[in-house]
Design a protein around this ligand. Structure first.
Ligand SMILES: NC(=O)C1=CN([C@@H]2O[C@H](COP(=O)(O)OP(=O)(O)OC[C@H]3O[C@@H](n4cnc5c(N)ncnc54)[C@H](O)[C@@H]3O)[C@@H](O)[C@H]2O)C=CC1
Ligand SMILES: O=C1[C@H](O)[C@H](O)[C@@H](O)[C@H](O)[C@H]1O
Length: 337
């Protein structure tokens, strides 16, 4: 069986996913696309040689009986509506982060999926499929360096556009660490504080950059994440777990190391498309394979999307208050155990 996708949002990551489903992965096909920019939707069909219908909106796309699964790659505020419509139609949904822009919106999706009675939703937290993070989690699960005590991270972008705002450092960028770190150490977040170090002159005037976000977990771990989105030198993701008997560090990813004329060096990756290309492939292949094997996706769930939203909300409060903010989440339903 081939998973027939309808894509809502044919922008940057929508095109990336259309390309990988069409030309890299196995078991999927694009049969429908929509975008509020209809010209962009038509161009995608032509660019990738798709045998796909261009629909005026998500409602008409989801109603297409040839669509088995919906790929939500529109702007964040539009995700909740499309996901709820897809669940209501009994369609599988792969939704890029955020699942919804509020915890209430995520809870509406959780409740709709539980009412439907089986998992339909996977959220695009691709770092859980990144080989470096998988190796890190395997080592932690095997207790190779002893009990984890602290984690130090850096999430660096070379630059961001003028629409990027201080709260997006949390909701658009840190959200990846929010999801992957509690998964890594099997712990839950307790509280958060946000610190604004000396500003870089390379950020636009409206943006506080860099930021340091400090979490405390329910077992007492301390997690520090630097978010620096105008670092200029490259796309740089760092994660080091300090344990009782040693440290575990995320492998660096870079290009070929060249030695020449008395110098040695390697190229650094410059954006997320390349740094996590394998993880994006694996998350979508897993989505398709799991649907075909068990009838349910096995990747990050709508509940993971809810946890990310409640944690991000607390981080934004901490940005505004300058105080340590408590992170309160509802108890996980057995449906997501
Ligand atoms: N997992 C990851 O590493 C990444 C995730 N993302 C997420 O993917 C989503 C899309 O991001 P980008 O592709 O960078 O944005 P983009 O702006 O390049 O593309 C979004 C597209 O959605 C369309 N759109 C907006 N509202 C719509 C609606 N209601 N119905 C149909 N189409 C609509 C826009 O016209 C645009 O073509 C965002 O939520 C972003 O956070 C983006 C990049 C990387
Ligand atoms: O949209 C994105 C992507 O999620 C990247 O992974 C982040 O590094 C980037 O900051 C964010 O804007």
């Amino acid at each position: 069986m081939t998973v027939r996708f309808g894509v809502i949002g044919t922008g940057a990551i929508g095109r990336e996913h259309i390309n990988r489903i069409t030309n890299t992965l196995s078991g999927g096909r694009i049969v429908a696309v929509t975008d509020v920019n209809q010209k962009a939707a038509r161009e995608v069909v032509e660019t990738f040689g798709l045998d796909a219908v261009v629909y005026p909106d998500d409602t008409s796309l989801i109603a297409d009986t040839n669509v088995d699964a919906v790929l939500v790659t529109s702007w964040g505020p539009a995700h909740e509506g499309s996901v709820l419509k897809a669940i209501d139609a009994g369609k599988y949904v792969f939704c890029e982060k955020p699942l919804a822009t509020t915890e209430e919106g995520c809870m509406r999706i959780v409740e709709a999926e539980m009412k439907h009675g089986k998992r339909l939703v996977q959220v695009g937290f691709m770092r859980r499929y990144d080989s470096g993070y998988v190796q890190l989690k395997d080592a932690l699960d095997r207790n190779e360096a002893g009990e984890p005590l602290m984690i130090y991270c850096a999430h660096r972008n070379p630059d961001v556009d003028e629409k990027y705002t201080t709260d997006m450092a949390i909701t658009d960028t840190l959200v990846h660490e929010i999801d992957v770190l509690h998964w890594l150490v099997n712990d839950d977040y307790q509280s958060v504080q946000v610190i604004f170090p000396k500003r870089t002159k390379r950020a636009l005037d409206h943006l506080r950059d860099p930021q340091v976000i400090i979490f405390e977990t329910k077992t007492g771990m301390h997690i520090s994440v630097e978010v620096f989105v105008n670092c200029k030198f490259g796309y740089d993701i760092q994660c080091e777990v300090v344990c009782e008997e040693g440290t575990l560090k995320l492998p660096d990813v870079s290009g070929v190391v060249m030695k020449k004329e008395g110098r040695q060096g390697s190229t650094l990756l410059m954006d997320w498309k390349r740094r996590f290309i394998d993880a994006y492939d694996k998350e979508l292949q897993d989505f398709m394979d799991s649907i075909q094997a068990s009838g349910e996706p096995q990747g990050p769930t709508a509940w993971d999307g809810y946890i990310a939203a409640t944690t991000a909300d607390a981080c934004v409060r901490a940005q505004q208050s300058g105080q340590r903010e408590t992170i309160a989440s509802a108890d996980k339903p057995d449906f997501y155990a």
